[in-house]
Ligand binder design. Structure first.
Ligand code: SF4
Ligand code: SF4
Length: 227
């Protein structure tokens, strides 16, 4: 989801790469779980997040939908997000000790927090969001270490492919007057990228690429009426 606000409002104004040091280290969060509560539907899950969740928890997408995740419309596209539950609206994966119960396979947005991504010219940098983390004494840490993601270059390519694919599709949906097409493409995407089970033993990116090509072919042959 794109936010149309200036960098200086939400960040320290700098753009960071993988080899840069950034003040993101929150000292293991020590008793704080503020960013795991009251997040509404903002922690949106991409296909890699669902691969990690379904294969590590041995739960299907539909089982996760019972009480851990939910579906919402994001600029015309139906996408899953982490569900906030109980009176305090905490993430369904936050345990009684106030710790993340899925730390090893937590979603991408949680992995990089309090960093965010700033997309520009079919690329992106990391930004340090200054109003998000409650810990004001954060330590400096290398970005690549902080985001704690294997095969980070391949992951970055996936993030870019997914981001620009969604952005293009959202623009097409905005222009479309064809409600059937909008409904069908949403169902097709949900099924192809999220509901159809992933194989844990197989490389995620190869599975994604195959599905991505399939969706691109679908979009080529199923065009929408544009206003
Ligand atoms: S998945 Fe873990 S880190 Fe992310 S919001 Fe939920 S409890 Fe917090
Ligand atoms: S607000 Fe900061 S210190 Fe608190 S849980 Fe989130 S990342 Fe950790």
């Amino acid at each position: 989801m794109d936010r149309k606000i200036s960098l200086s409002e939400i960040s320290d104004g700098k753009l960071y790469g993988l080899n840069d040091m950034v003040k993101a280290g929150c000292n293991d969060c020590k008793g704080c779980s503020a960013c795991c509560k009251g997040m509404g539907n903002s922690i949106i899950l991409d296909p890699f997040d669902i691969f990690r969740l379904t294969t590590n928890r041995r739960e299907s997408f539909e089982e996760l939908l019972h009480d851990k995740i939910e579906l919402n419309m994001v600029d015309g596209v139906i996408l899953p997000n982490l569900k906030m539950v109980s009176e305090v609206q905490s993430c369904a994966f936050l345990n009684e000790e106030g710790r993340c119960s899925i730390h090893a396979y937590r979603p991408g947005i949680c992995r990089i927090f309090p960093l965010g991504r700033y997309y520009e010219n079919h690329s992106y940098h990391y930004i340090l969001q200054i109003h998000e983390c409650k810990n004001k004494n954060r330590s400096k840490v290398k970005v690549s270490k902080w985001i704690d993601t294997n095969d980070v270059k391949r992951n970055e390519q996936f993030i870019l492919d997914w981001h620009y694919f969604l952005k293009n599709l959202q623009e097409q949906i905005k222009k479309s007057v064809d409600n059937n097409w909008i409904r069908n493409i949403n169902l097709y995407l949900l099924n192809t990228f999220y509901q159809k089970p992933y194989v844990k033993e197989q490389n995620f990116y190869l599975q994604f690429e195959e599905r991505f090509e399939q969706v691109k072919r679908y979009l080529e042959t199923n065009k929408s009426f544009i206003e």
